[in-house]
Unconditional design. Structure first.
Length: 319
C-alpha cells in the first residue's frame, strides 16, 4: 500500500513539474524588425504616368538568356547587356539601335546566375562602377549571392572596345533568416544619392525588398536588411532601374512597368509606401530587362528568346 501511495505522489509531482515548465517562444530573427512598407498593387487600378512613342529595333545577334541591360553613362549610344542561367562570364556591348558591337570576356568572375546590371559606387563612394548582380537562385540552394564590380572602359568605336574586363571587387551577400534564408531575385539597383543597394525577390507575387547600406564589406559576407514587401497581383518582379539623379524608379514584371517618383530629399523606402503609376510597355516574349536611357526622356526594354521568337529591343521616348 505504501509503495502505491509513494508512486502516486511521485506521479503527481512529475505532472506538476512538467505543467509549470513553459518553453520560451523564439522569435524569428528578423520578424521583430518592423517593415518600412507593404504595398498591395492592382495594376488594373493604376493610372498611366505619361504616354510615349515606341520604337522596335531588330537585333542582329540575339542573346537567348538576356536578363539585364544598362544604358552607358560614359559611352555614347551604348547599352550593356548580360545573360543569366550560367552565362554570366560575359558582357555584351550593343548600340541603342540593336547592333551587337562586342562580346567581352569577364575575368576574376564566377557568376552562377547573373540577373541584372546597374551602376554603383567604388570603394570610396564614387558612383562610377558597373555592378553585375549574380543573384539568381531558381532552386533555392545558394547560401550567398554576389555582386561583381567593374571599372567601365571608355571607347570611341567598336575597334577600341576591350575584349576582356576584370572584376575589381566582389560583394558577397546573404539574406536574413526572416522572411527566408534563400531567395531567387532578378532585380537590383543602387540608389545614387545614398549608395544603398536594393534587391527585389522574384519568388512569388509578393516581392520581398532587401537593402544594403554603404560602405559595403568587401572581405566578409554582408547580411541584407529586409525592409518591405511589394505585392503585385499575379505578377513577379523581373527587373528594376533607378534614374541617374535617384528621383525615378522603374520596377518591371512580365506584364507591366511600374513607375515611382521620389520627393526631394525623401528616403527611397518612404517612396515605396506610395502607389506607383504605370508607364507604356510593349508586351514581350519574356521581358526581364529594363534601363533608363537619356533620362528623363526615354527607357529601353529587352527580352529573352522563347519558342524560336527573336525578340526586339524596344525604345520608349516620352511624348
Amino acid at each position: 500500500m505504501k509503495k502505491s501511495i509513494y508512486f502516486i505522489l511521485f506521479f503527481l509531482l512529475a505532472i506538476t513539474y512538467c505543467g509549470c515548465t513553459k518553453s520560451t517562444p523564439v522569435d524569428k530573427p528578423e520578424e521583430s524588425t518592423k517593415k518600412l512598407f507593404s504595398l498591395n498593387i492592382d495594376p488594373t487600378a493604376l493610372p498611366l504616368a505619361f504616354s510615349a512613342n515606341t520604337i522596335a529595333y531588330t537585333i542582329d545577334k540575339n542573346l537567348p538568356e538576356v536578363s539585364g541591360i544598362l544604358f552607358s553613362r560614359r559611352n555614347k549610344n551604348v547599352l550593356w547587356a548580360e545573360e543569366d542561367s550560367g552565362n554570366g562570364q560575359f558582357l555584351y556591348v550593343y548600340s541603342t539601335t540593336g547592333h551587337q558591337e562586342k562580346k567581352i570576356t569577364l575575368l576574376n568572375t564566377i557568376a552562377h546566375d547573373a540577373e541584372d546590371i546597374g551602376y554603383g559606387p567604388d570603394k570610396d563612394g564614387h558612383y562610377n562602377r558597373v555592378f553585375l548582380a549574380d543573384i539568381g537562385d531558381n532552386n533555392n540552394k545558394r547560401s550567398t549571392v554576389d555582386i561583381y564590380t567593374f571599372r567601365e572602359p571608355d571607347f570611341l568605336d567598336s575597334i577600341s572596345i576591350p575584349s576582356e574586363m576584370t572584376a575589381e571587387n566582389k560583394i558577397r551577400l546573404k539574406y536574413p533568416d526572416y522572411p527566408g534564408i534563400r531567395e531567387n531575385a532578378e532585380a537590383m539597383f543602387v540608389d545614387p544619392t545614398t549608395n544603398r543597394m536594393y534587391i527585389f525577390s522574384k519568388q512569388s507575387s509578393t516581392c520581398h525588398v532587401y537593402t544594403l547600406d554603404f560602405p559595403y564589406d568587401y572581405t566578409s559576407v554582408n547580411t541584407l536588411k529586409y525592409v518591405g514587401d511589394i505585392n503585385i497581383r499575379f505578377e513577379r518582379v523581373t527587373a528594376a532601374d533607378i534614374s541617374p539623379d535617384g528621383m525615378y524608379v522603374l520596377l518591371k514584371t512580365y506584364e507591366h512597368i511600374f513607375y515611382w517618383k521620389r520627393k526631394s530629399g525623401e528616403d527611397l523606402n518612404k517612396t515605396f509606401t506610395r502607389m506607383p503609376e504605370l508607364v507604356p510597355y510593349q508586351g514581350e516574349v519574356q521581358g526581364e530587362a529594363v534601363t533608363w536611357g537619356n533620362f528623363p526622356d526615354e527607357y529601353f526594354t529587352f527580352s529573352e528568346a522563347d519558342n524560336n521568337v527573336i525578340p526586339k529591343l524596344f525604345q520608349y521616348i516620352k511624348k
